[in-house]
Ligand binder design. Structure first.
Ligand SMILES: Cc1cc2nc3c(=O)[nH]c(=O)nc-3n(C[C@H](O)[C@H](O)[C@H](O)COP(=O)(O)OP(=O)(O)OC[C@H]3O[C@@H](n4cnc5c(N)ncnc54)[C@H](O)[C@@H]3O)c2cc1C
Length: 323
């Protein structure tokens, strides 16, 4: 039986949470296509990661262990995955559309002569083919993409799929793959957030824009984010002004996010900002201008001054939580 193959992402010695979403997507697709689900893990000391995928319905784990894969190398990883695809002939190949996924999968697709749908937010099966839905033109349209080459390859946008556990018995198979000497290796990834929750992985985001007037007022955003357990996001205007680090920027030239709740505070809603957050499940906008474009996409709008609304909102949520 052919399969849906997931390329698992390991970062800093941990299996990233986005894998749970991609395993779930693979399971859903496999059930509709009558296929099995497998995943490939690349690196060293992989035995410790073998429990998690089977909780999400992954039946086969392929391990590719090689000292050359100890650190992420775009070229060595792409070569390794391309060989795994050649050895196992999957019908569909998926990975999370994280920074690594977006970097790696186009290289793999090129090596195996397949096309790739990047940053997919939904999918469905029609006449045995997968139709992948992906936002295009800065989120102005959603396109259904049918891939005519094989395998059908896609990266799945973080938070687009809700992870669902579906435990199965899994078999583990070590594959012998020849890995070339890496041309480039990622030595270190430094995050400016100091270990704080990353916007791409957060379920709730509180984002601030130029309406916050200056970095000295960001404690209002931080306090609301704290009570909600949210990550902090920012518009490009405030990042360009040096008020916030680039890692927090949401939008066309920043990060793409799909949280359950996105609270935009003093953000006008320029198309380039919307491109990064339009697939959020619920959007709440706080803006003193009732004609701000952000209100056109908001599920709930508060026309008001952030300096009055934010402290009240934080206090009310604190009260609700203590009840
Ligand atoms: C090629 C390109 C790529 C870009 N990429 C991105 C990107 O990735 N992300 C991004 O965000 N932008 C991006 N931009 C910039 C984008 O066009 C906007 O300039 C930017 O999003 C505006 O940021 P803002 O909403 O914070 O500021 P503004 O547009 O200045 O909006 C500030 C808002 O705050 C409101 N406000 C002011 N005071 C208060 C108050 N006291 N209380 C409540 N509301 C208040 C105002 O009514 C206004 O709506 C890009 C632009 C280009 C050309």
């Amino acid at each position: 039986m052919s399969m849906v193959l997931v390329v698992s992402e390991i970062r800093n010695g941990e299996l990233k949470k986005i894998n749970h979403e991609v395993y779930t997507a693979a399971r859903q697709l496999a059930d509709q296509l009558n296929l099995s689900v497998a995943t490939v893990l690349l690196g060293t000391n992989l035995e410790s990661f073998t429990d998690v995928p089977s909780r999400f319905g992954v039946e086969t784990l392929y391990l590719v262990e090689d000292p050359k894969l100890e650190k992420y190398s775009p070229d060595a990883y792409a070569a390794g995955i391309a060989e795994v695809i050649q050895q196992t002939s999957p019908a569909v190949v998926l990975m999370g559309a994280s920074a690594t996924g977006k970097d790696l999968m186009p290289r793999v697709a090129q090596k195996v002569g397949a096309t790739l749908a990047q940053d997919v937010i939904q999918f469905r099966v029609e006449n045995g083919d997968v139709l992948f839905t992906r936002p295009m033109f800065a989120g102005k349209v959603w396109a259904d993409v049918k891939l005519t080459s094989r395998p059908q390859m896609a990266t799945i946008r973080p938070k687009a799929i809700r992870p669902e556990e579906k435990p199965v018995e899994a078999s583990v198979e070590k594959l012998s793959v020849s890995i070339p000497d890496p041309l480039a290796v990622v030595e270190e990834i430094s995050t400016s957030g100091g270990g704080k929750l990353d916007v791409t992985e957060a379920d709730i985001i509180v984002a601030g824009g130029r309406g916050m007037k200056g970095p000295e007022n960001w404690h209002l955003i931080e306090e609301l984010a704290d009570v909600l357990g949210a990550a902090i996001g920012a518009s490009r205007a405030v990042v360009d002004a040096g008020w916030r680090p680039h890692g927090e920027q949401v939008g066309q030239t920043g990060k793409t996010v799909s949280p359950t709740l996105y609270i935009a505070c003093g953000i006008s809603g320029a198309i380039q900002h919307l491109a990064g957050m339009l697939s959020s499940k619920y959007i709440v906008a706080i803006n003193k201008d009732p004609d701000a474009p952000i209100f056109k996409v908001a599920d709930y709008g508060i026309v008001g001054d952030v300096f009055e609304v934010l402290p009240r909102l934080t206090e009310e949520i604190k009260k609700l939580k203590s009840e």
